[in-house]
Design a protein around this ligand. Sequence first.
Ligand code: XUL
Ligand code: CO
Length: 437
Amino acid sequence: MAEHFPGIPVIPFEGPKSKNPLAFKHYNATEVVEGKSLRDLLRFSVCYWHTFRGTGSDPFGPGTLLRPWDDGTESVDNAVKRVDAAFEFIHKLSAPFYCFHDRDVAPEGATLAESNRNLDVVAKALKSAQDRTGVKLLWGTANLFSNPRFMHGAATSCNADVFAYAAAQVKKAIEVTHALGGENYVFWGGREGYMNLYNTDMKREIDHLARFMHMAADYAKAIGFKGQFLFEPKPKEPTKHQYDFDAAACLNFLRGYGLQDKVKLNIETNHATLAGHTMMHELEYSRIQGALGSIDANTGDLLLGWDTDQFPTDIYLTTQCMLVILKQGGLAPGGVNFDAKVRRESFEPIDLFYAHIGGMDAFARGTKIAAAIRKDKVLEDVVKKRYASFDDGIGKKIEDGSVSFVDLEKYMLDKGNADPNSSGRQELLENIINDYL
Ligand code: XUL
Ligand code: CO
């Protein structure tokens, strides 16, 4: 088999002193942190859409990225050849997983039947590449946003035929994900939202989305697909208002329609920041609701208001992510998927390696820093002490639900005033966190 990344070996771990740009400095796959190897804890995944279908085009100009293995056509042959390049890359990176949309891996045909046939041909190539390399599928998904038929949305389209098309497409994508041993299946609501409420029946659209999700869950059950369903929140882009705005909005929808036991969340950094949240907020909110399933690791540019999908290199960010992820004992069956793209100026194939190595090292470093903070119980002790007034006395009764407003009024009338507060010590804690970096 021809080599697509000649001269690049399987990326070794050389430790923090190494100056080799094609080596991991911090990601040592077998190193054990909190009882799990970094490989099993982080479950890194390479995304097919940016890494193998990204061209570097932007609204001002065409693609720039050199991808010598790709002949630039939308043919099934080219799609099958691309699989070899993709798996050589993922294997050389020692990433255990990958993710794809149906239309990333195989071209759309003139009819649904032709699209399904194309997908079957490429899925066969994916299966043999998985078997050959040991790389596994973290999740599959369906692209319900690129084709113009989805201009008004898919499950929330005003056009019933488009709803039906989307259902058929997701049915097939779940089947292929199942056949490839996918451990999760993602629903990012691509164009599920609206541009203007003057022409939108919001109630009907959201009801339709719920019908769609119940049908998807029923079908997965019917074919024995046991993978985890995940919603991926995003507040805007492409629509002005996306229905899956953030973790809280997603969970409200899922609970409102009886889907909370069927769907968890895939939290993406740049989506969190577009919603006006930090990634840590979205992760912690999902975790405390028992809904943190997986993450799309990337980062935005806080000076820009759109989804720049850059590779995560900031160790404050990865430390914050890992503080939450370690608290729930990891993400499995989810993982850390790099939904990130190289800049259009980073056009050489080797830039794909630099980008992923940097992201994997940043997460490995964040993991070790977060584990050290957790080991010393730096935050845990402060937080426990901060809420100690709820551990006994009146606080415990409030938490137990054994007191009413009447009881609390009597308690405070007798006491006269609340006990004094103590300092939140935010600056001290920020300094201490810096000591671990
Ligand atoms: C879009 C995005 C998607 C999902 C999968 O912003 O993040 O690529 O991750 O559809
Ligand atoms: Co994403």
